[in-house]
Design a binder for this molecule. Structure first.
Ligand code: FAD
Length: 451
């Protein structure tokens, strides 16, 4: 961390208390939540050792008397992805947002360091790249999502940064973004920010980096040299009514324009021009208008979908709003697959109508784990997830609008007993975001605590 040096244990608890983050204290291991044990037996395979996969592995390992758990994941590193925004704004150093995967893997769990290529849910068999076939009795599907770089013409993961086109949805990309934001604030010009038309991780991230760029320019006394424009593929800037009015006010106060219904098609990096289309439905008619915008600095959000092997396994929704990008067909409350009761799915690849965040994963894990154990015991899985997700929208260097909500978009405020008005940005929420949530992730969630 550069602005905020690594915090002491004492300060961690002080901030946790000030922000009312009881779960945070639990996460640090002071209070062990939800103790439970079961004699259920069976081979559990977890595909994906990210935040959902490892949290499930740790909790299931603690709950089962005779755990037989295998995690398949090729990655050497466990990235704290919510920190990418803070890398891209100079608050964290790149090395602050990852740890060696071997140090995060729960003890007692078998780690197969490999890529899943195919999955046959009828024969309960997985085909991996190097280790051949692996079978299971029960499957936890948690491989996250894939970024579809090829769905944006003119740019790829390897050419990120060309023509000053950037994205923070990539570790290297986040680092390049910070360098580019500093140069842009110095030189001035037009900054264009976009989201995308598919469901994507942390819908707040593109808005955060836009507002942080604005504040960085103000801190450099160069705000009058930059123009900032935000384009969203959506019909509104944010769709959680409790928080939207203040967010709109902030964009207005900071003089950042908002254009709705507009999605990126491609980027002409040589000309520094972004090609978009504006899609509006009037009555039954869909009207598509080309939009071409010049920029000096661009932050774009690439389209995303469920990993290819998931789609090819026939586990995805085939109809409805989640069918297009292969999201997994699970019951939105139990997180059990609609066709295969021995499969639970959670995290970014789950086809459920909530925001794809690690905050959501935090609440999904105990539900998915308990329902899996109940299934293993031959009982009815009756635990229910209410769609909780949180998106801490950083509004400037020092404040965060801590958006927390459920499936019905009702606010799910974690700190209802404080004097803070959580429909507005708060300094305490900035402290929570910058200083507490990362230790909560590594020390709490991934060890099966803090839910
Ligand atoms: C820029 C950015 C900002 C974000 N900000 C926030 C925020 O402020 N708050 C918040 O709560 N969330 C935020 N998120 C979202 C959050 O990081 C994700 O929602 C969360 O990591 C999802 O967890 P997951 O376990 O489903 O997927 P991941 O954590 O992505 O893990 C997936 C794992 O599956 C593995 N895998 C993939 N394919 C295969 C395969 N074929 N075989 C085996 N293993 C495979 C991968 O190696 C990886 O380890 C942000 C994300 C980004 C990128």
């Amino acid at each position: 961390m550069s602005d905020t040096k690594k915090i002491s244990r004492r300060k961690f608890f002080k901030i946790a208390a000030a922000t009312g983050a009881v779960g945070t204290v639990a996460a640090a291991g002071i209070y062990k939540a939800t103790e439970f044990s079961s004699n259920a037996k069976g081979k559990i395979v977890i595909i994906g050792g990210g935040c959902a996969g490892l949290s499930m592995a740790a909790l299931l390992h603690r709950w089962l008397k005779e755990p037989d758990i295998t995690v398949i994941d090729p990655s050497d590193r466990q990235y704290y992805q919510p920190g990418f925004t803070l890398v891209a704004s100079g608050v964290y150093e790149p090395d602050d947002v990852w740890k060696d995967q071997k140090d995060c893997m729960p003890s007692g769990v078998t780690w197969v360091k490999d890529v899943v290529k195919e999955l046959d849910p009828s024969s309960k068999a997985i085909k991996t790249e190097k280790n051949g076939k692996i079978s299971y009795d029960f499957l936890v599907l948690a491989p996250g999502l894939q970024i579809d770089w090829d769905r944006t013409e003119g740019i790829s993961q390897s050419t990120l940064g060309q023509g000053n086109a950037h994205t923070i949805y990539d570790f290297e990309g986040a680092q390049k973004t910070w360098k580019a934001i500093q140069e842009f604030a110095q030189k001035g010009g037009r900054g264009v920010f976009t989201d995308t038309y598919t469901k994507h991780k942390c819908g707040g991230a593109p808005k955060k980096i836009c507002l942080l760029t604005e504040h960085h320019a103000r801190k450099q006394n160069t705000r009058d040299k930059v123009t900032l424009d935000y384009f969203t593929a959506d019909k509104e800037l944010y769709d959680v009514p409790y928080f939207t009015p203040r967010l709109l006010e902030i964009y207005n106060e900071r003089n950042v324009s908002i254009t709705l219904h507009t999605r990126v098609k491609g980027i002409d990096t040589a000309a520094k021009r972004v090609h978009m289309e504006r899609i509006e439905t009037i009555g039954d008619e869909k009207i598509v208008t080309p939009v071409i915008e010049d920029y000096d600095f661009l932050h774009f959000t690439p389209p995303m979908s469920a990993p290819t092997f998931v789609r090819e396994a026939g586990l995805s929704w085939t109809e409805g709003g989640l069918a297009a990008d292969g999201w997994v067909m699970v019951d939105k409350e139990t997180l059990i697959h609609k066709t295969y009761p021995n499969i639970v799915c959670l995290g970014d690849c789950a086809g459920i109508p909530t925001s794809k965040t690690s905050a959501a994963v935090r609440k999904q894990v105990p539900v998915a784990a308990m329902n899996l154990v109940l299934t293993m015991e031959g009982k009815t899985p009756d635990q229910k997830y209410n769609g909780y997700a949180a998106c801490p929208i950083i509004t400037d260097y020092g404040h965060v609008l801590l958006c927390e909500f459920d499936y019905d978009k009702n606010p799910q405020i974690s700190f209802p007993f404080t004097m803070l008005d959580m429909s507005k940005e708060q300094a305490a929420a900035w402290q929570l975001k910058v200083e507490v949530l990362k230790p909560l992730y590594y020390q709490g969630m991934l060890n099966g605590y803090g839910f």
